[in-house]
Ligand binder design. Structure first.
Ligand SMILES: *Cc1c(COP(=O)(O)O)cnc(C)c1O
Length: 387
């Protein structure tokens, strides 16, 4: 099907089902915004957006202007046109394009809001702004609730602005047993409730994937989900236990098998020296593909349905696995090697790799580089990603 060194197969039906699964948590009328930034967390931005749409998503979100540009044509083709929210900061020079393209953007200062309103009048297209209150994340947004209220009321009254949202972002939604999530929720509810009463048309949103699964009181009018739509668990636990289906499978293949006598080594720095005779399988995937060097001697892969340990140092272009001393190891030449995914009863998740690397599942799939071929499939039909 493809002769690539390393392939990420992405099951678009899984993304669609994960969106359905998330929507089943929501009250009637609450919208699902599919967060497709960072190339859809490594899954392909446009393909993920399309799959999320099929699963009932009605909004998309990205982090910056470049990502919005990449998705613009796709969004233009949707009927009704799906709104696209740029969640991150924008430079003044980009605002005209953002308004002219009809993207939604986030504001937290008076001057920024005035610029948008002025540009919207100038280009003759209604501006779409989301006022962000920093309720405790300590990143973008204003901490000043009075300023945020003034911005919201000014925006709601401005005929050049056709949509106004009120938003925040949680710092600890994924941390069990913390109190800060409830505090942020209390601050946000206290800020939004009077504005929403006076202006029922404003769109209130706060929840990421973890918050959606954690507390229905955080759902408001819309939720912004990334990690869970790709079938990864926002709490770093087993996604299947929460009814989420990992969409991405990462594989390579056994490109060489070599006999290794006791005392012989494989890889840079001779970090693996065979204690006894064995066979080493070489897979053409390495840190240049996003298979991180920190996994040296610290991961397993599935070959012929069995877990095999990685040995030696992860190189830029290859890794070694210990296939054991049995001569049948030679027959594994050419066999697929699954690095993320399941075969039979065995399953390697992004969550397992994240634990080994002391990071989060987000970083595992976002870190897969452009060198890894993306193959999108649904209903068993595979197609190679354009480019
Ligand atoms: C990335 C992001 C999200 C999505 O978070 P997940 O944990 O992946 O669901 C939501 N809101 C904002 C502001 C974000 O930056």
């Amino acid at each position: 099907m493809t002769s690539d060194r390393a392939v990420a197969r992405i099951n678009l039906d899984a993304i669609t089902r994960n969106c359905d699964r998330l929507r089943s948590e929501l009250r009637e009328g609450v919208e699902l915004c599919a967060v497709v930034k960072a190339d859809g967390y490594g899954h392909g931005m446009e393909e993920s957006a399309e799959a999320a749409l099929a699963g009932g998503a009605t909004w998309f979100a990205v982090a910056g202007i470049r990502e919005a540009r990449e998705l613009a044509d796709f969004v233009e083709g949707t009927k009704p046109r799906v709104p696209l929210l740029i969640m991150g900061p924008l430079q003044r020079d980009d605002l005209e394009e953002v308004v002219a393209c009809g993207f939604d953007l986030v504001v937290w200062s008076e001057s920024h809001l005035l610029d948008i309103a002025w540009l919207a009048a100038d280009v003759g297209r209604g501006g779409r702004v989301h006022v962000k209150l920093d309720t405790g994340m300590g990143r973008f947004g204003t901490r000043d609730a009075d300023l945020a209220t003034r911005l919201a009321i000014t925006a709601a009254a401005d005929p050049n602005l056709e949509r106004v949202g009120l938003m925040t972002h949680f710092a600890t939604a994924d941390q069990r047993g913390d109190d800060f999530f409830a505090e942020q929720l209390r601050r946000f509810t206290g800020w939004t409730a009077p504005i929403k009463r006076a202006h029922p048309e404003v769109l209130v949103h706060a929840a990421n994937s973890a918050a959606v699964l954690r507390d229905p009181a955080a759902h408001f009018d819309m939720v912004r989900c990334g990690i869970a739509i790709y079938g990864m668990d926002p709490f770093g636990e087993d996604p299947l236990a929460r009814g989420l289906e990992p969409a991405l499978e990462l594989s390579s293949y056994v490109a060489a098998v070599k006999h290794c006598a006791a005392g012989e080594s494989t890889g840079y720095g001779r970090r693996f020296i065979a204690a006894e005779e064995t066979h080493i399988g070489l897979l053409p995937i390495g840190y240049g593909d996003g298979w991180r060097r920190g996994l040296s001697g610290n991961a397993e892969v599935l070959i012929a349905g069995r877990r095999r340990p990685l040995v030696g140092t992860v190189s830029m272009d290859s890794v070694a696995v210990d296939l054991g001393s049995d001569p049948t190891a030679l027959a594994l030449l050419g066999q697929p090697a699954v690095l993320i995914g399941g075969r039979g009863a065995e399953r390697i998740t992004a969550e397992e790799l994240a634990r080994r690397l002391d990071t989060i599942n987000y970083e595992i799939t976002c870190g897969l580089t452009a060198r890894v071929a993306r193959v999108h499939h649904s209903g068993g039909v595979a197609r190679l990603a354009a480019d």
